[in-house]
Design a protein. Sequence first.
Length: 94
Amino acid sequence: MNSLVVKPLAKRVTFDGDTFSVHLMDGRVLSVPLAYFPRLLNAAPDKREKYGISGGGTGLHWDELDEDISVEHLLLGIGDQTKHPPQPKIKQTG
């Protein structure tokens, strides 16, 4: 079940030091550490600025960085989903 009352829609993105901010259509500004998204963190500043807003504001996309971010997931605190924790090794018996 989704508990968001107003669908968050991005208007623009800005960068400042080690964070990026998503400015929403309803006036809210969400600041997120770049560390949540290693591709953005490691990208040159000019590459970070080359983003697109997709889905009428529901997503952010950096074509050159192969990065896609859901605005709704940012509000829920979900960072980069491309890295998965290592799976525990299961000891074989027998």
